[in-house]
Design a protein around this ligand. Structure first.
Ligand SMILES: Cc1cc2nc3c(=O)[nH]c(=O)nc-3n(C[C@H](O)[C@H](O)[C@H](O)COP(=O)(O)O)c2cc1C
Length: 222
């Protein structure tokens, strides 16, 4: 698969097959993706990887977390800005509606929507996952670089026949994650990422998000 195909193929996958992803595969993926750039080559991140016994231990510990803290934590910073303005608000709305429509959950079915949201904490069934932390000293620039690493991982995963879903949803579990991974206080916990083989029969994987056309997001200067 060439890079352009990987970019076009990558999408957020929200149902995975139970097929194992080995530590060797995760290492192969990360050996490639670690070549992602960062300003001054600072590489201001630390990742945590789960598969096999590590994932089993995580899942077991997370059961206790759910029992003790069913509502989760307040996030350390807002996932979206308050009063999200246009056109971002509509784009977000359209994306959410399409996701729930794909699995026939109407807007009024709050319980159904919550059930689907909670699938995040099952990694949508994925057997492997990554978590991303960035040094709190870092600013907006370095956060952008972390995003490049995340996308590079997603694209490298495509090249290996694996699918991914980035998961900011885990920000509501930062105290558990900090405890479980023993994340130093100086590191900010950001997103998770589910990794595995896609279940292409699942309805939730059967739709695609749209993108604004080039002429809406780019001004070609004459
Ligand atoms: C950093 C980041 C975090 C995300 N967190 C979640 C998440 O917690 N749960 C989820 O279902 N999707 C999550 N998404 C997926 C986005 O909704 C998705 O990327 C967007 O709608 C575009 O769709 P696509 O990835 O299929 O192209 C996240 C995406 C990014 C980039």
């Amino acid at each position: 698969m060439n890079v352009n195909e990987a970019i076009r193929n990558r999408k957020s996958t929200r149902a995975f097959l139970p097929r194992e992803v080995s530590e060797a595969q995760l290492r192969e993926l990360l050996e490639t993706a670690r070549w992602s750039p960062s300003g001054g080559n600072t590489q201001p991140w630390q990742l945590y990887a789960l598969t096999g016994s590590g994932m089993a231990r995580f899942r077991e510990a997370f059961k206790g977390e759910m029992a003790a803290n069913p509502r989760g934590d307040r996030t350390e910073f807002p996932i979206y800005p308050e009063g999200l303005k246009e056109p971002y608000r509509t784009r977000r709305y359209v994306c959410g509606e399409a996701l729930y429509a794909s699995i026939n959950i109407p807007r009024e079915d709050g319980a159904g929507r919550l059930r689907q949201l909670m699938q995040n904490y099952n990694f949508f069934g994925a057997p492997a996952a990554l978590f991303f932390t960035v040094d709190r000293q870092m600013g907006l620039g370095q956060w952008a670089h972390l995003g490049m690493l995340m996308q590079t991982i997603c694209l490298a995963a495509e090249g290996m026949g694996l699918a991914t879903c980035m998961q900011e949803a885990w920000m509501t579990r930062h105290t558990f994650l900090r405890r479980f991974f023993e994340v130093p206080e100086e590191m900010q916990i950001y997103s998770g990422m589910a990794i595995g083989y896609p279940d292409n029969t699942a309805a939730i994987n059967g739709w695609r998000t749209e993108r604004a056309p080039v002429d809406e997001i780019v001004k070609f200067v004459k």
